[in-house]
Design a protein around this ligand. Sequence first.
Ligand code: MN
Length: 143
Amino acid sequence: MASPNRSGKCILIVEDNRLNMKLFSAMVAAQGYGVLQADDGLRGLDLARQEHPDLIIMDVDLPGISGLEATRLLKAAADTRDIPIIITTAYEYDDEMRASGCDGYMSKPIGVADFVELIDSLMARNPQPRFVLRMIEDSISAG
Ligand code: MN
């Protein structure tokens, strides 16, 4: 269920880790956005298609189908491809993530300020989402 909010905008969080789900939901709600939650890939896919959220925060490792597969399917469909998707994972950003068509990436553990900024920048997009990459340099130098 979408919770009502002033902005009228809603963010779908697809995350199977309870602690991360709590954290992300609290941050999203604190920004005034409504929150939709799914703890597996298929449920996330269904909710995205039914509710057409304004943005999706997508984990990679999920029960059902992976977050990357869900992202590929949403980006391949005309009615959902415009929904910005932020991939959140402890994995380093790679070609498979890039190929999924995601609009942004955030490495876990996430930095709250960066996360909020990334969400706001994608929410403010007009007319097309601008690819936003965060914390990639750290991943590259670590690899
Ligand atoms: Mn997971």
